[in-house]
Structure formats: structure tokens, C-alpha cells
Design a protein around this ligand. Structure first.
Ligand code: HEM
Length: 416
């Protein structure tokens, strides 16, 4: 008979809780925890988190494919919970495609996809390369830099500004807002200390994008905002609130994760000098290399869903509306799916990883993220061939879902 949630866990085992990610040592290397979960209890009721934690590749796919993404409390529920102050955040999140199921999700995603075609993304390619070169120019003579704050963060922030069609000088604003909002997306629990900062950011970016819409009504500017304003599918258009909410989710989705792809990827290469030399000597392997870096150190480690009905997964009974965390980063190291999963293999074939999710919510910006990653790694290795990790200890962001470093000092000899 399948186990169901809390009853069978008379004595909860804290060693299996995802809360252990709050321990800096576990956060620095979460893979032993994920392995233990996958091997001992792949569909695990985490009583501390009050959610099921799913760590096997196939089970993650089932969750991403079949379970409900409609998980944000409505403004009414927020009120009922006594956290009214967060209502403006909930208002925005409930209109974002990431937190919706079909058919609402299908309509919104279709409208947004029309505004974000592969042709429009391809147009950004030469800009991205120029931005990467310029950022490296700025530090090249210095012989050292903080790779996160001087390269991996500004690159996607500037690209995001271009992609949205807002002034690139505003990229620091976009980065700061995005970091605040990502707090909400990446962490398990409402943190009252940080909530007011997130709230201020949501209010500021809502006003900023409303203003951008007003300006573009008078003077259209190429980019996603303008496309969202004019796109029509089957006679349907987006409302202003939908445009703002989905501009915000695209802006956040486009920055934190891409910064972390570049940061985590470079860290992985620097820790694996043979792989770094392989990519530096043969940049043509960049496509498989980026896929492997996404699998190996996934920027988006897990995501949440709700059970759509009473169901069974991995022999466990999950009740309707119980929360389920799909730990994609654990699925990406599942030996039942990937041969020698803890080995970095930049030429890995058959690498259908979960780093961009799966099914209906599969990352909307994956082609852009891949392009940014490919350009960034090749530019860094070509311009700074002897790049080396600094000696300072590495500190990971306290964002448990969106994995990335706070800073990453590196040194290099100036390329001739
Ligand atoms: C390496 C970089 C990136 C990673 C690892 C990543 C990861 C993901 C993942 C895992 C999801 C699915 C979440 C879920 O199912 O709950 C997702 C969705 C999404 N991503 Fe990305 N992302 C990246 C870059 C981007 C970029 C560059 C953009 C924007 C241009 C973007 C925009 C979005 C949006 C709008 C969604 C929601 C899609 C939907 O709900 O239908 N992402 N991303």
C-alpha cells in the first residue's frame, strides 16, 4: 500500500530535509543531500517544509508535466492569512504565466511567444557579443575581477534591458529589482525581514513598466514590451496588468538564472582544468558544453507545484493541493538517466536535462539563455585564457532555489 504524507513519519528525519540547504556547507555542495534523498526516499515527505520533495529524474518530469503550477495565494487568501502587506506582490504573481495552469497559461504564453520569436532573439546575438567584449575590455588591463559582479550580472542585465526595450543605462535598476523578486521565487518561506524590500521593488518596477508603456504609446521602441502591447492572437490582447506582470517575470527569469549559468559554469570549468582546456582549445564544442554545465550546476535547482488531485507517485499517496518540490538539480544527477552523472563531460550526448524545466512551463527564454551562455564562456576563455580562481572563500547566495555565488574573484594575465 502506498505511504501517505505525515502519518507514516512518526519520527521525522531532519537529515533529509531540504532546509539543510540553509547550512552554508550543504549549500556549497547540495549534491550529497540530493543523492541521499534520491537513494533512500525519492518521493519524500519533508515535515519541516511541509511539502513532498521529489528527486528522481522521471518523477520530476511527472510533477512538472502533470501537477498544478497555480500555487500563488490569491490576494483574498493573503488577506485571510493576515499578511495583507504582501498583497501587491500576490497581485502581480497571480498574473504571471509561471503560476498558471491551462487554459489561462496557454493563452498568455501564446501571446508572449508571438512577441518573443527566434528571429527577435537572433537579432540580439551580435549585441550580446559586443556587450561581453566591452565588459572584458573594462577589466582586461587590471589582471583581476569579480566575475559575478563585473561580468556575469551586468551581461544579462544589459541584454534584458535591450530585450525589453528600455534604456540600457537602467540595467543596474533591473538587476537590483530582479534580485529582490528572485528572493520570492527561490526561497521556501516568507521572510518578514526581506518582505518589505521585495514589496518596494515590486511597487517600483510596476511603476517603471507602467511608465514605459505610457512612453511607448507615444513613441514605440523595439522590444518585448512593445510587442506585448501590440500582439493579438485570435482577437485576444494582453491587459496592461498582464503586460507588466509578465514583463517582470521575464525580466527576473532572464537575469538571475543567466548570471548563475555564467557564474556556476565558470566555477565548474575552473574546478575542472582539463574541461576548461578542452573548451578553450576547441570552442566549437560550446553547445554541448553549455548543456552539460546547465545539467551539472543547474542555476534553477527546484520548483514547486501542487497536486491537482489525490494521486500516487513513487508509491506515496499525495493528497490534492499538497505542495510538491521537483528538485531538477537532483534529477539532473540521477544515474538511472545519466551515465556517470557526477562526472563533467562537455561532450555528453543524450543530455536532456531538467535545468529549463519540462512541459508547459519549459523555460520561455531558453534559446536566449543558451545564446548568452555560449557567447560568454567562449569570450571569457578566448580573451582571458589563463583565468584562475582567486584564493578567497566562495560565498553562495542565500537563495536556496536559484543557485549562484555572491562574488567570484578571478585573476588572469592580460591577453595579447
Ligand atoms: C540559464 C538561464 C535560465 C534558466 C536555468 C531558466 C530556468 C527556468 C525554469 C526551470 C523554468 C520553469 C519553472 C517551472 O516550471 O516552475 C523557467 C521558466 C521561465 N523562464 Fe527561464 N531560465 C533561464 C533563462 C531565462 C531567460 C533568459 C528568460 C527570459 C528571456 C526566461 C524566462 C522564463 C519565463 C518567462 C518562464 C515561465 C514560463 C512559463 O511559465 O510558461 N528564463 N525558466
Amino acid at each position: 500500500m502506498p505511504d501517505s504524507a505525515p502519518m507514516t513519519q512518526a519520527r521525522p528525519d531532519p537529515s533529509l530535509s531540504l532546509y539543510r540547504l540553509m547550512d552554508p556547507a550543504v549549500l556549497a555542495d547540495p549534491y550529497p543531500l540530493y543523492r541521499k534523498l534520491r537513494e533512500t526516499d525519492p518521493v519524500h515527505w519533508d515535515p519541516f517544509l511541509h511539502a513532498w520533495v521529489v528527486t528522481g529524474y522521471q518523477d520530476c518530469i511527472t510533477v512538472l508535466h502533470k501537477f498544478s503550477a497555480d500555487r500563488t495565494p490569491t490576494p483574498e487568501q493573503i488577506k485571510a492569512m493576515g499578511i495583507d502587506a504582501l498583497e501587491p506582490i500576490a497581485k502581480v504573481m497571480t498574473k504571471q504565466m509561471l503560476f498558471m495552469d491551462a487554459p489561462t497559461h496557454t493563452r498568455l504564453r501564446k501571446l508572449c511567444s508571438v512577441a518573443f520569436t527566434s528571429g527577435k532573439i537572433e537579432k540580439l546575438r551580435s549585441h550580446i557579443a559586443q556587450i561581453a567584449e566591452k565588459l572584458i575590455d573594462t577589466v582586461a588591463e587590471r589582471g583581476s575581477m569579480d566575475l559575478i559582479n563585473e561580468f556575469a550580472a551586468p551581461l544579462p542585465a544589459i541584454v534584458t534591458a535591450e530585450m525589453l526595450g528600455v534604456p540600457t543605462e537602467d540595467h543596474e535598476l533591473l538587476k537590483d529589482w530582479s534580485q529582490d523578486f528572485a528572493e520570492m521565487l527561490g526561497n521556501f518561506q516568507h521572510n518578514p525581514d526581506r518582505a518589505s524590500k521585495v514589496l518596494k521593488s515590486v511597487e517600483a518596477m510596476t511603476a517603471y513598466f507602467r511608465d514605459a508603456i505610457r512612453q511607448q504609446e507615444r513613441l514605440p521602441r523595439e522590444g518585448l514590451i512593445n510587442s506585448l502591447m501590440s500582439t493579438e492572437v485570435d482577437g485576444a490582447r494582453l491587459t496592461e496588468e498582464e503586460i507588466i506582470a509578465n514583463t517582470i517575470v521575464t525580466m527576473v527569469g532572464g537575469q538571475e538564472t543567466t548570471t548563475n549559468l555564467i557564474g556556476n559554469g565558470m566555477l565548474t570549468l575552473l574546478r575542472n582544468p582539463a574541461a576548461l582546456a578542452q573548451l578553450r582549445d576547441d570552442p566549437s564544442i560550446i553547445e554541448t558544453a553549455v548543456e552539460e554545465l546547465l545539467r551539472f550546476e543547474s542555476p534553477s535547482q527546484h520548483t514547486a507545484r501542487l497536486a491537482p488531485e489525490d494521486t500516487e507517485l513513487g508509491g506515496k499517496k499525495i493528497k490534492k493541493r499538497e505542495a510538491v518540490m521537483a528538485v531538477m538539480a537532483a534529477g539532473n544527477r540521477d544515474p538511472l538517466r545519466f551515465e556517470d552523472p557526477d562526472k563533467l563531460d562537455l561532450l555528453r550526448k543524450d543530455n536532456r536535462h531538467l535545468a529549463f524545466g519540462w512541459a508547459a512551463h519549459f523555460c520561455f527564454g531558453a534559446p536566449l539563455a543558451r545564446m548568452e551562455g555560449q557567447i560568454a564562456f567562449n569570450a571569457l576563455l578566448r580573451r582571458l585564457p589563463d583565468i584562475a580562481l582567486g584564493h578567497q572563500p566562495l560565498v553562495w547566495r542565500e537563495n536556496l532555489g536559484l543557485r549562484g555565488l555572491k562574488a567570484m574573484p578571478v585573476s588572469f594575465r592580460t591577453a595579447s
